[in-house]
Design a protein around this ligand. Structure first.
Ligand SMILES: [Zn+2]
Length: 470
């Protein structure tokens, strides 16, 4: 349903946490959110789902206008909430003025667009929010209208209650995160003077099937996505007269070499912290490998153990894998052309061009052309694990779930954050959503969010902003 193969952003909340092996820590404390605030947040979420903000659906500007109305009703000056069209979609920038305009603003980032949903395939209309069985159903109920609505409700509440941040807090919403990200580029350019970005569309907490908190992931880095096309061409001919040259065999040999190759193991601050934290929660053999890899980045045995596990291989190295092949044009003709798509998830800091050179070197056949294909994500460095950010996020998480461990992570996906990181602005995925894997229907049918997640998220954003926006 995605218009191009650019990685799932949001369900990466859970990916890479190795959740299955971790046991819950303790029962949830009840967040203290009064009924009126809960109802207002739920109302914003329900109305948000009602806007069909799919690609070319044309309703994103109207959705932005609705959110603007919420802010203005709460006491924001109309000129502090700016909506700008970008093609058929829009961006919205809402500025919550702080006491010191000389300080760099904190940006909260989210997206207004959603992945397409076809009503005939859903049990309920995807663009009419339905509250049933303790869930809010609807397209975007999780991705990303949940956090966008909770942040909006929180900022409106804070404004209404007279709270003043020490610096400006800017809510920056993109309108095509799921597709082209043109609006994200614009946002990042306009806000490149920011102190840091809190991305509401990444990171988040994991619940057990019994709704007990397990872990909280804070996304501080992401791998770079790139596709390459391998192409072999040949004069071809009649299949009754085969010779030495055959484009399909030649391509197959190239793919075999690629299959045997492993990119070098790498580490960064985020993956080290990730393995250190994860080692407390996995089976002894894996835990041992994680600890040894952190202590010694060239420990071959540890690298082998981690690389053999699909859950962790992506945290250890750049990976490139064949995902599609095409070749030949008739059953009775020698192939004139054979191509393969190789999909790479590149360790941040490694240029896409250097991966392309490595592929060509590994394939070691000038007859195989290696070209970058399609859209790639933009290159950016991991964001440093700033103590002030970690402390504030920990406080926010612990406000609802005391003792839950924070695990920094490097996601495989491309979120809006990459455009900010590319400009040198640290960006942290800090969604306020805790959910269980069995509730995750992001991008799929019958997307839903637990109503119980609302108060936790309101507590999360309120605590986080008070702690960080000084
Ligand atoms: Zn998203």
């Amino acid at each position: 349903m995605r218009s191009r193969p650019l990685v799932i952003a949001c369900s990466a909340v859970i990916a890479g946490l190795g959740a299955a092996t971790i046991s819950p820590v303790e029962a949830a404390a009840a967040p203290r959110i009064d009924e009126a605030r809960h109802e207002q947040a739920l109302d914003i979420l329900r109305k948000s789902i009602g806007f069909r903000t799919v690609k070319d659906g044309g309703q994103t500007p109207a959705y932005a206008q609705y959110l603007k109305d919420v802010f203005v009703s709460a006491g924001f000056a109309a000129e502090d909430v700016r909506i700008e069209p970008v093609g058929t979609t829009a961006i919205m920038i809402a500025r919550y003025r702080g006491t010191d305009s000389a300080k760099k603003p904190i940006v909260i980032n989210g997206h207004m667009d959603v992945v397409e949903a076809h009503a005939q395939d859903w049990e309920r209309d995807p663009f009419t929010a339905v509250v049933e069985k303790g869930y809010v159903f609807g397209r975007g109920s999780v991705d990303n209208k949940f956090d966008v609505s909770m942040v909006t409700a929180t900022l409106a509440h804070l404004k209404h209650s007279g709270w003043k941040p020490g610096r400006d807090v800017v809510l920056a919403l993109s309108g095509d995160e799921e597709t082209e990200m043109m609006s994200t580029r614009k946002l990042a350019q306009e806000l490149k003077g920011a102190e840091l970005v809190l991305n509401a569309d990444a990171g988040g907490g994991l619940l057990s099937e019994e709704n007990q908190p397990i872990i909280y992931g804070i996304q501080a880095a992401e791998k770079v996505y790139a596709d390459f096309t391998l192409t072999v061409t040949d004069a071809g001919g009649h299949s009754s007269r085969p010779g030495k040259a055959n484009a399909i065999y030649q391509l197959a040999r190239a793919l075999e070499r690629l299959e045997r190759y492993e990119f070098p193991a790498m580490q960064n601050e985020i993956t080290r912290a990730y393995f250190e934290a994860s080692a407390k929660n996995v089976a002894p053999e894996l835990a041992d490998a994680m600890k040894r890899f952190v202590a010694n980045p060239t420990d071959a045995k540890a690298i082998e153990t981690l690389s053999a596990d699909r859950e962790y291989v992506g945290q250890v190295r750049t990976t490139c894998v064949a995902t599609m092949i095409q070749g030949g044009h008739a059953e009775n003709a020698l192939p004139q052309r054979a191509t393969a798509n190789v999909n790479c998830r590149i360790f941040p800091g490694t240029p896409i061009a250097s991966v392309q050179r490595t592929l060509a070197t590994v394939i070691a056949d000038p007859g195989v052309n290696v070209a970058q294909a399609g859209s790639s994500s933009v290159e950016g460095e991991p964001s440093p694990l700033r103590p002030d950010v970690i402390a504030a996020v920990t406080q926010a998480v612990h406000a609802s779930y005391p003792k839950v461990q924070l695990v920094p992570n490097m996601s495989a996906g491309a979120t809006d954050s990459m455009h900010f990181r590319a400009l040198g602005i640290p960006s942290y995925g800090v969604s306020g959503l805790f959910m269980k894997p069995s509730d995750d229907f992001t991008h799929g049918l019958n997307e839903r969010v637990p109503v119980a997640a609302i108060d936790v998220s309101l507590t999360h954003w309120d605590t986080l902003l008070r702690a960080l926006a000084r």
